[in-house]
Design a protein around this ligand. Sequence first.
Ligand SMILES: [Zn+2]
Length: 79
Amino acid sequence: MSKAHRGTGIRNEAMHGRGKCPRCGNENVKVLYEKEIDGNNVKICKFCNAQLKNIARKEARAGKAAAAAAAATEAPAEA
Ligand SMILES: [Zn+2]
C-alpha cells in the first residue's frame, strides 16, 4: 500500500496534490486532507488539518468538562 499523502499516493492528483489551501491561503502547499468546513467538503493542507484536529479535541474536552461540572452541581441537589 502506498502512502496516502506522499509519493505514489498523490501522483494521480492534479499538480501532485499541490495547490492553494482554502483555509490558510497558503499557495503551493499540498492540499490532501478532506474536511467539511461550513457544510462543504474542502481539501486543506496538513497544518490546517492539525489545527482543526486540535480545535475539535479542545472542544470535546471542554464539552466533557462542562458535562462533568453540570453533573457535579446536580449531584448535591439530588442528595
Ligand atoms: Zn491550510
